[in-house]
Design a protein around this ligand. Sequence first.
Ligand code: ATP
Length: 934
Amino acid sequence: MEKTRQAKAAGRRPAPAANGTADPAHHGLPLHEVVLLLGTDHVQGLASAEVARRQAEFGANVLPRSRGGGIFRKLARQFHNPLVYVLLAAAAVTLFLGEYLDSGVILAVVLVNTLIGFVQEVRAEAALDALHSLVRTRAVVVRDGQREEVPSEDLVPGDLVILEAGDKVPADLRLVRLSGLRADESALTGESETVEKNEVVLPPTTPVADRRNMVYSGTLVTAGTGAGVVVAIGGETELGEIHRLMGSVQQIATPLTQKLAHFSMTLTVAILALAAVAFLAGVARGQQPPQMFTAAVALAVGAIPEGLPAAVTVTLAIGVRRMARRRAVVRRLPVVETLGSTTVICSDKTGTFTENQMTVRALWTSSGAYDVTGSGYGPEGRVLPAGAGVQGASEGSAAEGTEATAARDFALHWSLLAGAACNDARVVREGDAWRVQGDPTEAAMLVTAGKGGVDTAQFLSAYPRRGALPFTSESQYMATLHAPRLTDGSGTGQNTVLVKGALERVLELCAWQMDGPGDNGHLNKQAVLEVAHRFAGTGLRVLATAMMHLPAGTSLDEANLRGQLTLTGLQAMFDPPREAAAAAVHACHQAGVAVKMITGDHIGTAATIARAVGITADRADGTALTGTELDAIPEDQLPDAVERATVFARVSPEQKLRLIGALQSRGHVAAMTGDGVNDAPALRQANVGIAMGRSGTEVAKEASDIVLTDDDFATIEAAVEEGRNVFDNLTKFIVWTLPTNMGEGLVILVAILAGATLPVLPTQILWINMTTAVALGLMLAFEPKEPGLMSRPPRAPGRPLLTWTLTLRILLVSTLLVAGTWWIFELELAGGASLAEARTAAVNLFVAVETFYLFSCRSLTRSVWRIGFFSNRWVVLGVLVQAAGQLAITYSPVMNELFHTAPIGPETWLRILGIAVLASLVVAVDKRFRRHSF
Ligand code: ATP
C-alpha cells in the first residue's frame, strides 16, 4: 500500500524531479528521502506495472543521437574540398567567357559530387551506428522483489540496480548499499585513479567527481558489489550532458584513411601547381589564355584523385559490416587495418575454443569414484559408483542416486553440497530447455548436487549464507560462510565454510581430507593430484571442494582458511570443444597466424582441449607452460619461450600482459581475447583486443577493439579473413583509380606541351571521372574474398599499399591510356571525323580501357578468366550502367550538346574495342609474369 502511494506520488511529480534535472542533489539527501522522492523501494525495487508506466513516460535509457553536425553541416563539408574550389573557379571563368553551357555542366558536376560524398558519409556513419546496437549492455535490477537481467535501455528512474565488478554503470545511481565498491570514472572526470564509494550523505554543492555516494552512467565498476536506485537516465545523466556539450561526432578516420587523405591532398597541391605552370607556359608560347585556362582546368580535374578518400572509407565501412555479419563487432575502426596483419592470436579456452556448456561427468572422494549420467543442465541423471553401468542408467531419478551414493559416502555429500551452496548460479526452465543464469561452471555443480540427491535448499534454510569470498580469476576459488539460522554467525558456536575452486589453489589451503563421518585424515596430496591428472588427461575440467567449521565470530578470509580446510572431493566436468574450432585453427595455421591458448584452467585439461582443436601442446617440449613456469623464465629468454609455447595454463591477468609484451618484442602483431575486469590492460596492450560479447564484463568490452557476439574462436579467424579482404579491396581500388587520373592528366599535359588540340575537354574528363568512379571503381569494394586469401602469410605491418610491382603496373596502364587516347583521336581526325567525333571516340576509348582494366583489378594475382567474369554481380551491374551512360553521351542530342560530343559509327567502335583489347592483353601479360611479387 505504502509503495503504491509512493509510486503515485512519483507519477504526479513533474518529469524532471524523477529524472534528476530539476532536483539533481540526490547525493545531498538522506537515503529515505531519495527513495521517497523517486517513489521506489530500495529493497523490493519498483513494481513491474510502475516500470511500464515510467517507461512510457520517460522513454528509453539511451543517449540522444547526435548526428555528425546535422544534414546541412555535413553537406557543407562536402564543398570544403580543393577539387570543388577548382571546379567553382572553372565555372566562374567559363561563365565570364560566356560559355554558359560549360559552366552549367561544371556546376551540375559539383552538385552531383557533393551529393555522392554526402550519401557515402551518411551510409558509412549509419553502418557504424548500427554496430552499437549489436553490443547491448544489460543490467541486473530488482523489480517486484525479484532479481532479473534487463537491457540497459529499459531502465527507468527509481529502478533498483545491482552492480558488481566488471559492470558498466547503466544510469546515474544513488548507492543504497555497497561492499568494497570502486569505480573507474575516467570517462566522466578524466581521473584515471579508481574512486572508492561509500554511503555518506554529502553537502549539495559537492562536485560530481567527489560524489562518493553516487555512481554515474558510463563509468565502470572495477571492484566490489553494490546496489543503487536510478536517479537519471539517458540524456539527463551526467554522461548525457557531456555528450550534448561535445556533440560527439562519429570519427570515421583511421591511420590509413588519414595517410591517404594526406597523400591525395599533397597530390592535389602538386597538380594544381603543375596546371598553373602549364597555363603560364602555354600563354608564354602565344596560346590564347581562355584556351589555356580550359586546358589547365582539364589537367587539374583529371589528375586529382578526388574519389580516393571516399572510396577508402566506403571499403572500410563495408568491411566492418561484413565482420558484424560474421559476429565480430568492430569498436575502433583502425583495427580493421591491423587485423589483416595479425600474426598471432592468443585466445582463452573456456567458451572460445569450447562451448562453455559444462556437465559434471565424474566425482571423486577419498572413499570412492563416481560417474554422473545425464547431459546439459536438466535434472535427469544419476550419480553412480564408477563403472557401474553408466549406459542405460541415464534416465534414472535423483532419489535412486541418493541411495547408491551420497548417503553412503559422507565426503561425497559434502562435496556436492559445497558445489551447490557455494554457488551464485541459477538454472531455470524455459519451455523444454534449461537456461543458466550465472556461471556455467557453477550451474553444472548445482545440477550435479540434485542428481546426487543433496537437498541444497534445506541446507541453506537451516544454515543461511552469512558471508562470501567471491570467485575471481586471481584467487581461483570461492568460499561461503554459513551460520545456523537464528544466529548471525557472530555469537558462539560453529559456522560452516564451504569452498570450491581450482585444484591447486584449494589443495594449498587444505591440510585434511574427509574420509568418513567425523573422520578426517591427513591430506594425501599426491594421490589427489594423480586422480586430477587422470581426469585432466581426458579433457575434463577439475574443481576441488572443501569445507571446515569456523568458530562463530571468526571472519571469513584467506588467512583463516589456510591449512584448516578439509578436502571433500573433486568434481570433473566436460566442456566440449566447439565444432568449428579445429577448422578455424587449421585456417589460421594455413594463413601463417600462430594460435596460442591462454587459460586460467589446469594445464592437463588445457593441453588436451588444445590438442583436440589442432594445437600442439606438450609439457615435455615446452609447448605447454603454466603461469608459474612463465614467471620463472628470465626476461631475456621470455620472448623465445613464449614464441615456442602454444598453451599457457593457470595464467593470471598480469602474466597475460607480460606475454603480450614478449610477443610484441618479437615483432608480432598480437590479437588477444579477454573477459574479466583485470584483462583490460592486456586488451589495451594487444594490437587487437578482443572481448567476449556474451560472457565478458563491460570493462573488458570497453577496453577492446572488437567484441565477439558469439564468443567463438572461429569468429576471430573470420575477422582476420575480412581484415585481409579489406586491404585487398583497397589496394585493388587504388591500383584501378590511379592510372585513370594519371592517364587523364598526362593526356592533357602532352597536349599543352605539344601545343596540340585537346583530345578530351574538361567537361568530358569530368564525365569520365564522375561516372567511372561510382559505376566501376566503387564496385571493387564488394569484391568477394580471393581464394588464396588465407593461405598467404600475414601482411607486414609497415608494408606500403603499393608495392613496386603495382606501381609499375599503374605506370604501364597510364601510358597505355595516354597512347590509346592519342592514337584513336589522331586516327579519327585523319579518317575525316569532326573534332567532336574524334573527342567522343577518345572519351569512349578511355572508358573502354578502364572497364577492361577493372576486370583485371578484380584480382591482384589471378586472371579474370580464373575468377569468373560474373562472380561479382556488382561489377557486372556497374559495367552495364556505364555502358548505358556511354551510349547516352554518344547518341543523345542533349548530352551531345552538353558535353560537346557527337555520334560515332560502328567502325569507330570496332577500333575502340580493338585498342582496348590490345591494352588489356599487355596488362594481362604483365600480370602473368609478375603476379608473385604483388
Ligand atoms: P579460461 O581462462 O579459458 O576462460 P577458466 O574458466 O578455467 O578458463 P578462470 O575463469 O580464470 O579460467 O578460472 C580459473 C579456474 O578457477 C578454473 O579452471 C576453475 O578451476 C576455477 N573456477 C572457475 N570458475 C569458478 C567458480 N565459479 N568458483 C570457483 N572456482 C572456479
